[in-house]
Design a protein around this ligand. Structure first.
Ligand code: SAM
Length: 241
């Protein structure tokens, strides 16, 4: 997979893209990453990428011409990228979106700054993504959030192919719940004891406990997920209690 980012702060990406799981996956050749500086597609001495909004108002907007020139130039080599723009007005990001994006050969992430972009720039977007109902100073962190979520889904990225399966929001046959509670040694810490079943070595009982715990946690913390989760009839009845 090829991941590319277009930004006025391309230097923000390298520490994240070369650390931990992303760094290992990149070194192993699971994906390539390139960050492009939007200012390389400006034509004035000051390498200007922003201007005042028509009609007045606060702040500056990203100009349309450098974005068009950059996206067109970057897209010229190789397979056409799937182009993602980041904006708080986009579709909220989810695990399902991460899974869908992980199936593309090439993704180009376009990061906004200032008060956002000239609306015409968005006509280049195959999709617009928001990472939540809050406003950040730029699209670089959202792009890195999405790249992190996508890369860890690439086969081999986590080392253990099963690691994604039971996770929160997973979309398998029995997916859609939050992940169950997990514990590691010691078995007892300040009067807090690990549930006995997890120490029993009985895998069927452990699986049943985890499923019930995942259901209970989801009902408590994210009841909005219950409607779309894949539940048995008995589980759905328990969730509705
Ligand atoms: N004026 C815009 C609005 O009210 O919708 C906000 C612009 S924001 C200060 C600057 C840039 O940060 C945006 O163009 C976008 O690329 C990025 N950004 C900020 N919050 C975001 C979010 N929640 N999701 C995705 N991108 C975001």
């Amino acid at each position: 997979m090829i991941l590319q980012a277009l930004s006025v702060f391309p230097e923000m990406f390298e520490p994240v893209m070369s650390t931990s799981i992303l760094g290992r996956a990149r070194k192993a050749g699971l994906f390539e990453f390139q960050a492009f500086d939007l200012r390389d597609w400006t034509h004035d001495r000051h390498r200007t990428v922003d201007d005042e909004p028509y009609g007045g108002g606060q702040g500056m907007l990203m100009k349309v011409e450098p974005i068009f020139e950059a996206v067109e130039a970057i897209s010229q080599d190789g397979p056409r990228p799937h182009v993602v723009f980041f904006t708080p007005c986009g579709v909220p990001f989810s695990q399902q979106t991460a899974e869908r994006l992980a199936s593309y050969d090439r993704l180009l992430f376009v990061c906004g700054r200032y008060e956002g972009m000239d609306e015409r720039a968005y006509s280049l977007a195959d999709e617009c993504i928001s990472i939540g109902d809050y406003v950040l100073t730029g699209g670089e962190l959202p792009a890195m959030v999405v790249m992190d979520a996508v890369v860890r889904l690439l086969p081999g990225a986590l080392g253990d192919e099963m690691s994604n399966k039971d996770e929160s929001f997973a979309t398998g046959d029995d997916g859609g719940l939050l992940e169950y509670s997990q514990y590691t040694r010691p078995a007892e810490f300040r009067d807090m004891r690990v549930p006995e079943v997890l120490l029993s070595g009985d895998h069927a009982k452990v699986d049943a406990w985890r499923r019930a715990d995942a259901l209970e946690r989801t009902c408590r913390w994210r009841p909005d997920l219950i409607e779309t989760a894949c539940l048995s009839e008995a589980e759905r009845a328990r969730a509705e209690e």
